[in-house]
Structures are given as structure tokens and as C-alpha cells.
Design a protein. Structure first.
Length: 290
């Protein structure tokens, strides 16, 4: 179990904000911290890691006090068993994948853990390559493996997927969940994408200007109790085309192009770059088909 209650006065472009946040996280659970830029999300992770000192509060991890202002306890980052995956991966460019992983070993730690991480994160074919030779997804896997070398009590993920394209982002979400579950971790994820938060989180803390606005189950916070059964989509037209005298609008949806037949009576109102609305009535699923 991890519990924390933290207060920190932060500078922001608009002056100062007072960051106040508290939470509890059980072993094997993933918590997301969600909110707009400048809300204080990354600062929470930095305080948990010991990279930023809170003005007041405490951090307790599996019965051990990491930070407590009343008792003047403040463990250094080196003495907190954390794994931290940064938005920019923070890999050493002059080191190979293997060297990046070995650098994370503690003194006298058995290096068998490196081989274990190479196997778990499926990095075998990459170990002798330098980061510049890797794709964004591959670099992220290396960063994740490196964060796990010390077998952390707490895994911190700071917008780790924001630089990836949609398809790779989905794959890496699955990868992170697999690792999180396999190692039964406490994991805290900072993200600004609500679909990612819903998919990955057991718990959610939503903050805005340093204050907790909502807290609880991600699905219950984001998904209203009453939802429409009809689906309406406004799609951007990337091209207009004619096939055998029939007019079509070509639209982009989830990295896939589709052509939509345009009613002859309304075809003049659509232009390239404009929007077209499609509606699907009475959505239902039968035999895995919508």
C-alpha cells in the first residue's frame, strides 16, 4: 500500500498555484493523474520520486516512511525504490540498449535481472543498438525495462506515450499493462488523454490548478450514467471524388480512409477540408460485429 498527502506551492506562467493532493494505492493497482497542462501532474510524480521536496505532507510506501515533514524525514531519490519513465525517454545516447540497462543496476545487484528484462520487454534483437537507431516505441520499451531493473516499489510514468503515433500508443498501453500486472506493481501514470486513462486505470485523480476536482474510478468519472444509443460523427473531408457519376466524400477515421456516398441534392454544400456528419442509429453488437 502506498499513501501520500502532499502540499507544494508552485510557480506557474500565471503566478503561483498551491498543489494539494492525497491518495492511497494498493499493490497491483494503477492510478492515473489527469488534468490540463500546468495543473501540477508532473510535480506530483517528482515529489513522490524525491526530485522535488513538498512543503508539507508525507509519503508512506509499504510501511516505510519516505517523506514526512513533521518528523523531518526525506529519503533521497537513490533510497526510494522507484522506477521513473520520462516523456522523452531519457536514454543515454552514447550507450547501447544493453549498457543503458546495466547502468541502472544497483551496486552488487545480480545482473541476471538485465537478461530477464530483455526477455520480458522483448529487446533481444536490439541490445547492441544505440537509441538513435531505435523507433519511438522501441526506445519506450527500453526506458520501461530500465525503470524495472531495480524492481521498484513504485513505477512512475510521466506522459510516456505522448510522442508516439496512435497505433504504437495502443500497443505500448498494452505493453505497460502487461508489465504492470506481471510484476504486481504500484503504478502511477500521468496522462492528458482520457481514453488512455479509462483503459489503463484502476483509480483516477483529476486535478486542475493544483486542486483535486474528482477522484475515484476512471470509468465512473468519465462515462455518464445515460449515454445516447445513436452515434454521430463529424468527419473531415480529405477529398471529393466521382465514380461512375456518383459523388463520394473521402474521410479519415482512426488512420483509415473511407468513402461516403453523398446525396445528389446536398452534394454542393460539401467541400474539401470541410466536415460531413454521419449518423449510425440503434448501435448493437451481434456475433462480434457492430
Amino acid at each position: 500500500m502506498i499513501s501520500f498527502d502532499l502540499y507544494k506551492k508552485l510557480k506557474s506562467p500565471d503566478g503561483h498555484i498551491s498543489l494539494e493532493i492525497k491518495g492511497n494505492l494498493e499493490q497491483g493497482k494503477l492510478m492515473s493523474i489527469y488534468g490540463p497542462s500546468g495543473a501540477g501532474k508532473t510535480s506530483v510524480l517528482r515529489m513522490l520520486a524525491g526530485l522535488l521536496k513538498a512543503d508539507k505532507g508525507y509519503i508512506k510506501v509499504n510501511g516505510e516512511i519516505w517523506f514526512d515533514t513533521e518528523n523531518e524525514i526525506n529519503l533521497s531519490p537513490q533510497n526510494r525504490r522507484i522506477g521513473f519513465v520520462f516523456q522523452d525517454y531519457a536514454l543515454f545516447p552514447n550507450m547501447t540498449v544493453l549498457q543503458n540497462l546495466e547502468f541502472a543496476l544497483e551496486k552488487n545487484q545480480n545482473n541476471k535481472i538485465v537478461n530477464e528484462m530483455v526477455e520480458v520487454i522483448e529487446l533481444g534483437e536490439l541490445i547492441h543498438k544505440h537509441p538513435k537507431m531505435l523507433s519511438g516505441g522501441q526506445q519506450q520499451r527500453v526506458a520501461l525495462a530500465r525503470a524495472l531493473i531495480r524492481k521498484p516499489s513504485l513505477l512512475l510514468l510521466d506522459e510516456p506515450l505522448s510522442a508516439l503515433d496512435h497505433e504504437m500508443r495502443i500497443k505500448m498501453q498494452d505493453y505497460i499493462l502487461k508489465v504492470h500486472n506481471n510484476f504486481n506493481l504500484h503504478t502511477i501514470l500521468v496522462s492528458h488523454q482520457f481514453s488512455e486513462v479509462i483503459k489503463m486505470s484502476d483509480q483516477l485523480i483529476m486535478i486542475n490548478e493544483g486542486k483535486v476536482s474528482k477522484q475515484g474510478n476512471a470509468s465512473s468519472i468519465f462515462i455518464p450514467k445515460e449515454l445516447a444509443s445513436d452515434l454521430q460523427l463529424d468527419l473531415r473531408i480529405v477529398e471529393l471524388m466521382s465514380i461512375e457519376g456518383v459523388k463520394y466524400a473521402v474521410v479519415l477515421l482512426e488512420n483509415q480512409l473511407y468513402k461516403i456516398k453523398i446525396d445528389p441534392e446536398s452534394q454542393n454544400k460539401y467541400v474539401k477540408g470541410g466536415l460531413i456528419r454521419i449518423a449510425v442509429k440503434d448501435i448493437s453488437i451481434k456475433d462480434n460485429q457492430i
